[in-house]
Write a protein that binds this ligand. Structure first.
Ligand code: FE
Length: 213
């Protein structure tokens, strides 16, 4: 296995320059070993990745957020016990078995990180962004969350506290952002389009409704 890995690594480096990150190279190498040894059907792997990239994505979380914005009873259920509440909308599955939703308020902004590795609620938010898995984000989100948010273009009022939640394999957090102003006439589906992935991690805020929205 070590030999195959070295070989694959070398092969990619000489062939394609440095277009693949070291992690991507490792994933490629692992995939080719698994396929070669017959452990993994490449078509099944493609289908799985395709599913997480397109079918399961942040829009699942966005549906949950939009419902919470329009339905106070759902919001209460969601904040009380997120996993069954999400299941009402058909959202859940592996990596989302024990979800906790934390709501932003004018006094408190929530930020999610996995300091240990990269635990992330896949069925709700899809594939994690590369920065979520990066060591600087994982350490700095805890030490200096306000500075990290500023780098994401989010400047919070100094009176708004920041709470940082450390996701684990057992417990995965999602942020319920505040509904932006000017959305009074929008229905649930239109509201969902304002909910960004980053707003559910806490590194962003929902989009403001456009003039035509
Ligand atoms: Fe993790």
């Amino acid at each position: 296995m070590a030999h195959d890995h070295d070989h694959d690594h070398h092969h990619h480096e000489t062939q394609g320059g440095s277009e693949l990150s070291p992690m991507e190279l490792r994933v490629r190498a692992l995939e080719s070993v698994l396929v070669e040894k017959g452990y993994v059907d490449p078509a099944a792997l493609d289908a799985l990745i395709e599913t997480y990239e397109t079918r399961i994505g942040p829009h699942n979380g966005a549906r949950v957020v939009a419902r919470a914005w329009v339905d106070p009873a759902f919001r209460t259920r969601l904040l009380g016990d997120a996993t069954p509440a999400m299941r009402e909308l058909g959202v859940g599955g592996r990596g989302g078995e024990h979800m906790v939703v934390v709501a932003n308020t004018p006094d408190e902004h929530n930020l999610v990180v996995c300091t240990l590795c990269s635990c992330y609620p896949w069925p709700v938010l899809g594939l994690p962004p590369v920065w979520y898995k990066s060591p600087p984000y994982r350490s700095r989100a805890v030490i200096e969350p306000r500075a990290v948010l500023a780098e994401f273009g989010v400047t919070l009022p100094p009176t708004q506290r920041i709470r940082v939640w450390d996701s684990t394999a057992e417990l995965r957090y999602m942020v319920l952002p505040m509904c932006p102003a000017g959305t009074e006439g929008l229905d649930e589906a239109a509201l969902a389009t304002l909910v960004t992935r980053d707003s559910m991690i806490g590194t962003g805020l929902p989009r403001a409704p456009g003039p035509s929205a």
